[in-house]
Design a protein around this ligand. Structure first.
Ligand SMILES: *Cc1c(COP(=O)(O)O)cnc(C)c1O
Length: 360
């Protein structure tokens, strides 16, 4: 038995915190990546229940789930597309498109003209993320989107921060570049539309950047690198499969990375890296300093003798040896337990697989 538990009350609490902090500023609930791994439909329902009417996704399948559930929802597609099939579906679903280039604008404008309708769009400005959007210096192209596309109505403009988790200066430089674009549009006598730039972390750290809207995803799950009174959502619940005594000198796991110094009672749990346990992401080695940072944190973990743990009957138990594909072995010498007792493992909702996700 293994289940990924999602406490709906924790998500409701997080929504309350975020809505209070946003005040009159609208929140766009970002439900990309299948609602951060938890499912678009139940996540949308919780947001809707709290009065959130705006959603952002990157896939039309996600948009469709929300549209079928809530015909009055505003749905923003964060990924620009010039694909005819996708654009047709986007118009069918009444989804707000992102325009990140003149080609995006031309493709949508001509399709909307054929279909004799006006498509609502937000314009994306690339202030450093380097994925989608007009560069701030492409002002003429940006103005053209507003001016020369009769079948496109721009209701918003946005950018995305790349380093909201680190020093403020990066984020504020991006916000400045973004504001300058908005000012230039206004100076040209054009109404730019609702401006939004904050993701969860930027919004929680610098609410003064909230502008006309904030886009929050990970904060719904309380998984942000800021203390903001949010509750962390999601954990894996399983049961102790077997209890065994291993004699001194015995080992566990591939590579025999752990060897018993004395007789040790171990519990075997039916969850491993396949299910997302201990799979970390975001460890990049792009620059020398990223490598150093990874090495440093590994060193720190070693010096502090940081151990990976699981919780059995409410007690912390150290994981022994390498986590297996489907199994984890942990030390329960001092923890009274029996097969069938409950074990709790920390797994990111973005990593979890191979088990049912249960909202409770
Ligand atoms: C993912 C994403 C967000 C939400 O980011 P969080 O940090 O999870 O809140 C906001 N805007 C864009 C463009 C995104 O891709």
């Amino acid at each position: 038995m293994k289940t990924y538990i999602v406490e709906t009350d924790a998500i409701r609490h997080n929504l309350d915190v975020l809505l209070k902090k946003a005040g009159k500023t609208p929140i766009w609930a970002v439900l990309k990546g299948n609602g951060y791994g938890l499912g678009v439909s139940p996540m949308a329902a919780l947001c809707w229940e709290k009065g959130v009417r705006r959603f952002a996704v990157t896939e039309l399948d996600e948009a469709q789930i929300i549209r079928e559930q809530y015909k009055d929802a505003q749905i923003l597609m964060l990924r620009p597309t010039a694909d005819q099939g996708e654009l047709n579906r986007l118009l069918d679903l009444d989804v707000i498109a992102t325009i990140g280039s003149s080609e995006d604008a031309a493709a949508l404008n001509s399709l909307a003209a054929q279909r004799e309708l006006v498509a609502e769009v937000h314009v994306k400005i690339d202030t450093g993320m380097g994925r989608y959007g007009f560069l701030p210096e492409e002002l003429e192209k940006i103005l053209s989107v507003y001016r020369y596309n009769d079948h496109i109505a721009v209701s918003g403009i946005y950018t995305h921060f790349h380093t909201a988790f680190a020093k403020a200066k990066h984020t504020f430089a991006q916000a400045d570049a973004f504001r300058q674009v908005i000012q230039a549009i206004t100076d040209a006598g054009i109404e730019p539309g609702a401006a939004h730039c904050c993701n969860s972390t930027a919004f929680l750290r610098w609410p003064e950047l909230k502008m006309d809207g904030v886009r929050v995803g990970s904060a719904l799950l309380g998984r942000v690198p800021v203390r903001a009174g949010l509750r962390r959502v999601g954990w894996c619940e399983t049961t102790v499969e077997q209890l065994r005594w291993l004699p001194a000198g015995h080992t566990t796991g591939y590579g025999a990375a752990w060897r018993a110094k004395k007789p040790t009672q171990v519990a075997v749990l039916p969850v491993g890296w396949y299910h997302g346990f201990t799979n970390e992401y975001g460890h990049d080695i792009f620059r020398v300093r990223d490598c150093l940072r990874s090495a440093l944190s590994a060193l720190k973990a070693m010096v502090l003798r940081k151990k990976i743990t699981v919780s059995i009957n409410g007690k912390k138990c150290a994981v022994l040896g390498h986590v297996g594909m489907l199994h984890t072995v942990c030390d329960v010498t001092r923890v009274p337990c029996k097969p069938g007792d409950k074990a709790i493992l920390e797994i990111s909702p973005l990593q979890v697989r191979g088990m049912e996700i249960q909202f409770q």
